[in-house]
Design a protein around this ligand. Sequence first.
Ligand SMILES: *Cc1c(COP(=O)(O)O)cnc(C)c1O
Length: 857
Amino acid sequence: MQPIRTFNVSPSLPPRLEPLRKLAYNLHWDWNVETKDLFRRLDSDLWESSRHNPVLMLGTISQGRLTEVVEDEGFLAQMDRAARQLEDYLQERTWYQKQRSSHSADKGKECYAYFSAEFGLVDCLPVYSGGLGVLAGDHLKSASDLGLPLVGVGLLYQQGYFAQYLNADGWQQERYPINDFYNMTLHLERNPDGSELQIAVNYPGRKVYARVWRVQVGTVPLYMMDTNIEPNNDYDHNITDQLYGGDIDMRIHQEIMLGIGGVQMLKALGYNVTAYHMNEGHAAFSALERIRVLIQEENLSYDTAKQVVGSTNIFTTHTPVPAGIDLFPPDKMLYYLGYYADIFGLTKDQFLGLGRENTGDLSAPFSMAVLALKMATFCNGVAQLHGVVSRQMFKGLWQEVPVEEVPIAAITNGVHARSCVAKSTQELYDRYLGPNWSSVAADSPLWERMDAIPDEELWRNHERCRLDMVLYVRDHLVKHLRDRGASSSDIAQAQEVLDPNVLTIGFARRFATYKRATLWMRDIERIRRIMLANKDRKLQFVIAGKAHPKDIPGKELIRDINHFISEQNLQKQVVFVPNYDIHISRLMVAGCDVWLNTPRRPREASGTSGMKASMNGLPNLSVLDGWWDEADYVRTGWAIGHGENYEDPNYQDEIEANAFYDLLEKEVVPLFYDRDADNLPRRWVAKMKDAIRLNCPFFNTARMVGEYAQRAYFPASDRYYTLTADQYAPAKELANWKGKLTEHWFNMKIKDVDISSGEDIEVNQTVAVKAKLDLATLSPDDVQVELYQGTINADGEIVDAVTVVMDYEGNDTQKLGIYTANILYTASGLQGLSLRVLPKHKHLATPYEPRLILWAQ
Ligand SMILES: *Cc1c(COP(=O)(O)O)cnc(C)c1O
């Protein structure tokens, strides 16, 4: 039955309780223990049953309970305190202002737009699937903490990502609960006349309309588009139905809405964006739309428009494997987006070339990552090792640039401390370290106070977290089994799983096969022995995670674990917790004792759940991949293996499973159960303290977002103001210069390189080098001539090179440019020298931006 009219009914609160509404509609409640406590206090059952959704709570709470709390002085005092904390929080975001105080005021108001296909902020907003989303959510939270002028852009999925349950055979089933936007922490954006704000985006043969919902994340607004409205046709209603749902056509529809719709939406909302950040390639179509706008509305040429867009775009890649990248067939690209080629004045092949590493390969699919890399001047991977892997993976885009210089930087991921550390643990840190522990750097004297936390207090607190998790897991399992109609004996058994006093290993993440969720049970006899042989030194596992609905091998892993549990009769000691989400994650990273990760190196780009565990004081036990490879894995946990890469996966599994068992037997179990007279594991607690002190300040989005700001947002925003001044004159000049450079570059010749010494030189002996270049029609101001020197490896290549910029000394009589430099070799052995020319212009983001380099032959 279709309604004849619909109403948006908002919660009715007694006036004295109005502050609750404001608190409920700003996600700041999620990382402010006082506010969260307040909602729990309001009605703890409703808090749990609403999935910690304060808006739904206020809409459904009984009038009786509201009347009660109006009379409750304690409650009102806490509410007023929380309201004041929110006010103060919104006023006191000063990091950004301090950083940019020298930034002259006339440049106007900066705005950084952060595009992501998913955002994982709180469990009552299920529009995320896993790590990428949670990272994006934490990015917004820390951007708010730092006071950055950042806005988020995403899609609001009607069904979001699926809820997981298991059938009796342990096979993953998916359910798609419908999100009720009107009972979520969402504001519908409206026009001044009160009507819904809508955008209209071009799709083949029609327009698709979207309305806009805002989630307020502290000071940062996140805008999400929703196509489930009239007059869209049925198919278009479903564009924002499911995260990563549907086929490749649906995927393109979604990415058009995210990228192209996102740009239109920001404009409709009145933002003048100065830097764009594409979190993964899903939003890369935004670059096409931005170019179109500049061509059609600002009358720029394609080259100038592309220059402005590239100079202000930031791209973060998250996958170290080609299979993780969106690739679209050329015919579909032309069908959906070919009209951009006409607007840009490009042939179809030139247009498709924007998404091809090798533009001459006319059969290659269109890669969203390649488009993003070509359309951005700051690109990065998400951990140092991932930076190395990404430079290798994409080096073809910068022909002849040495791989270590490929301009893909690394900014290591982090997590938002106030979101992932357990409440009681936060209060403990607040008490002993002071409230700034969640954001200060590693060199802050605050961390010296770690030793002031009594071992006993830290340990008892941790034991309470373990107990909380065990109780939650039991409850959660019982509910899950009831829903499934399981037998009463199964339900009774679920009430007794796990032992709150036993060493607990946690493993929770997406079930992709490379993460090897079953490595720990590879040798059944051995793991049984470790778990059961000694009654006083038992070991138990808590495991959680979802497989993508189409990932059959991933689902098989989940089933294998559940079969293992029943076949080995280990129901009490190994638990698979269904429907992993942010809430379960927070309980697990606080309540387990060790955090396990066994990916196949180097396929885990970063990984973040281990960082959350670290902040709660858990040692990590992990393969040296992602973030763990750059952590202090000796003091804050244990490394499985030594960072080897293997050819034979089976052999690798064998070696690494054995390394894991050895560590358990020789290190982890003995350390955990080594208790003193007070029954305290002193040396274990020391490791916990190291994990907190060494990892919390660094693997933290406070540090990470600060780094994005300094390295990417500020420079991109500066370039925006520079290039767009005087009706885009500098952008036009730069684009023309690039055109001229490309045209004449290959006429340039390195004529002569004269080195002042013979083949044998001594360490620290000065060697004078003089080179002569025919710059053809280019000027000495257009180029940078560099010596490139380093050790020669076994393949005869220069490695570990350093570069020395040569001085221009004028022209000789034949009009050749003369360049000189003196160099020193500080190490002995076979050393090599080469010479190269790179483009030089004051508005280039990097010398690699024009993708031109000339080497001496
Ligand atoms: C942190 C988190 C992840 C990411 O964990 P990884 O270790 O990066 O795999 C995934 N899902 C949820 C719910 C999380 O909280």
